[in-house]
Design a protein around this ligand. Structure first.
Ligand SMILES: [Zn+2]
Length: 224
């Protein structure tokens, strides 16, 4: 009796064949060459110290998230004197002024998205270390959403810029950015670096490393 053919053969990774894709131009070459033949970038099977870098940027972002939310992000100079607002008190103020769309945009872009990004990256790092049972396909999707949000985080910077212009035009009150604006920009940039440092292939490596009778893939070197 002939054995049943495996309906879904395990995919063979490039890394298991000693092939590395260049981090800069994407050209696939044998890792033994050392440098990309096209652009001379050092070749690695996986981004070197990917998780360590991701954690470092993430921890820095979390630390700066505290002053970004507790220090004043803007000073509103009106007829009744100067008023300092944090992100949340600003949201409350816009809500009270019945500027609901502005309040919702600021809350989503400045509080919710950075927080969700940090949670997603922590989850991905834990999964790459084998601390989560989530399916690799879902984790991959989570990573792509996080990366996409990284690009859209620049919305926050535009929101602040547009807001300042709009209010200055009104000539009734002036808004000047406070120290939290700087911390907040740093949070956005650090979470972007964190997402860029993460190597999503680590999730699949972890998946293939699991003892699986139908697969006979060699275990992969995770670094250089
Ligand atoms: Zn290259």
């Amino acid at each position: 009796m002939t054995p049943e053919p495996n309906p879904s053969p395990s995919p063979i990774s490039a890394a298991s064949q000693g092939l590395a894709s260049c981090h800069v131009c994407g050209k696939v070459s044998p890792v033994t060459v050392g440098h990309c033949p096209r652009c001379d970038t050092p070749l690695h099977l996986r981004k070197p110290q990917s998780l360590e870098r991701t954690w470092a940027f993430l921890i820095a972002a979390v630390i700066l998230y505290i002053p970004a939310n507790t220090m004043p992000i803007m000073t509103v100079q009106g007829i009744g004197g100067a008023e300092k607002n944090t992100i949340l008190s600003g949201v409350v103020r816009f809500w009270e002024m019945k500027s609901y769309p502005v309040a919702i945009v600021i809350f989503t872009a400045s509080v919710l998205i950075p927080l969700l990004k940090v949670i997603a990256l922590v989850w991905l790092c834990l999964a790459a270390r084998g601390r989560s049972q989530t399916a690799p396909r879902s984790l991959s999707r989570l990573y792509h959403i996080t990366e996409l949000l990284g690009r859209w985080s620049m919305v926050d910077v535009f929101v602040v810029a547009i807001l300042v212009c709009l209010v200055q035009l009104g000539a009734i009150m002036t808004i000047t950015p406070g120290p939290a604006a700087l911390c907040f920009s740093a949070v956005v940039i650090l979470t972007m670096f964190s997402a860029m440092s993460f190597d999503p292939r680590l999730i699949w490596d972890r998946h293939h490393e699991k003892p699986n009778p139908s697969s006979s893939l060699p275990s992969l070197p995770t670094n250089e």
